[in-house]
Design a protein around this ligand. Structure first.
Ligand SMILES: [Zn+2]
Length: 398
């Protein structure tokens, strides 16, 4: 499988190189050619496309043994990955695809009949492999695709299951909450709950320093150095696992008490650039919101994102603009005297905006003061009613 990964990587880089050279050969102005060298590809040479490269691949399999050794559909999927990368460049403004230094995974787009045994999985052309099933395949589902991933702790298979059940779209309804992600607390909800920011990475830095020191102490290129390197890689994997675990648990926690969850649209690039970059990336908000949207879908909770502009400068109770910079931790409205934690106030503004987009009642905070940390759940009162409103009480906690 390690050899397969390497072959996949080479095929990917070769196909990317072909496309890149062709693009470069067409781009240069005649009066701006380099004096030394320039890509020259014949004028009538066809542009390398997805389908053409796939055909070339089939021909190459017969000539080059290492390529022939890899299952054909796996290599076709590699071409699909490259095509996806170019589509991202053309359609979504992503950067030019890069050459890969390493490949971590390959995909079988099709599996044979009954590929999952009690303790085994049957992979095309590799054969039966012993595996630990994390959980049984649910009834009525069939494994359709498998992605084989190499991680520092071992090899993993991710399965895509298929079933012909139709899942209806989630209709907005139920108890609404808005969440604000921030630096002081990882998540602040419109209910006044503050979830602390995980500090895995910062805490792990110390340990990481020690492990990296161990690598540099060993003789260059020695077996022992490789062992030490492996330890570092495994530690990174562990941090990633802990973060994912935290994200999932938090997402379920939020879905436990809501029928609708609203979050803000994040401007991650701008955030990470600032001096708080390291902390921002550690918190992994983008990843969290992705997890949340998927957990919400699974739990039948409506999830949507709203515009984030000025959420911290608005009063959730009366809508007045209340200017405050980052150091001001408490929202205090001079108009209606509403007072709560700054992040909680943002959460409430986000919830109100979300409710407007789905056409539900706009909630208004009762004008009363709560303690500065906003830990006490805030009472809610209705401001205007529409006939479409179906609002339930908070779901009971599991
Ligand atoms: Zn106000």
């Amino acid at each position: 499988m390690t050899q397969w990964l390497e072959t996949c990587r080479k095929v990917y880089n070769y196909a990317l190189g072909e496309r890149r050279d062709w693009i470069k050969s067409r781009k240069c102005d005649i009066n701006a050619c380099s004096l030394h060298s320039e890509y020259i590809i014949a004028v009538d040479a066809p542009k390398p496309t997805y389908y053409q490269q796939k055909r070339n691949l089939t021909a190459a399999r017969k000539v080059i043994l290492t390529i022939g050794a890899v299952h054909s559909q796996v290599l076709q999927d590699v071409m699909g990955r490259l095509e996806k990368a170019f589509n991202a460049l053309w359609n979504s403004g992503h950067g030019f695809p890069r050459f890969k230094k390493r490949f971590r995974s390959f995909t079988f787009p099709q599996l044979g009949k009954a590929p999952i045994g009690e303790r085994t999985i049957k992979l095309p052309s590799i054969g039966e492999v012993t595996a630990t099933l994390h959980r049984p395949i649910p009834d009525g589902f069939e494994a359709k695709q498998a992605r084989v991933v190499r991680r520092p702790s071992g090899w993993y298979v991710q399965l895509i299951l298929e079933s012909n059940i139709e899942v209806p779209d989630i209709i907005p309804g139920g108890y609404p909450i808005g969440i604000d992600v921030g630096l002081n607390s990882f998540v602040a909800t419109s209910e006044g709950e503050l979830i602390a920011r995980p500090r895995f990475f910062i805490e792990a830095q110390h340990r990481l320093k020690g492990l990296n020191r161990a690598v540099s102490r060993k003789k260059n290129g020695s077996q022992n150095q490789q062992k030490a390197r492996k330890k570092v890689a495994r530690f990174y994997e562990r941090i990633a696992n802990r973060r994912t675990d935290f994200h999932r648990k938090t997402a379920h926690h939020l879905c436990d008490r809501a029928g609708m969850v609203f979050a803000e649209e994040l401007n991650l690039k701008g955030l990470a650039k600032g001096m708080l970059g390291k902390h921002c990336l550690d918190a992994g908000w983008g990843e969290f919101l992705d997890t949340l949207s998927w957990v919400a879908w699974k739990r039948g909770v409506y999830f949507s994102k709203v515009s984030a502009s000025g959420t911290s400068q608005e009063c959730p109770a009366c809508g007045a603009s209340v200017k405050k910079d980052l150091s001001v931790r408490v929202h205090h409205c001079p108009e209606c005297k509403y007072e709560t934690d700054r992040d909680v106030a943002s959460g409430q503004v986000i919830r109100n905006r979300g409710l407007t987009t789905v056409g539900h009642i706009v909630y208004a905070e009762r004008s009363r003061s709560v303690d500065a940390c906003g830990a006490e759940p805030v009472g809610v009162a209705m401001k205007q009613e529409t006939s479409r409103a179906i609002l339930g009480s908070p779901r009971s906690t599991r």
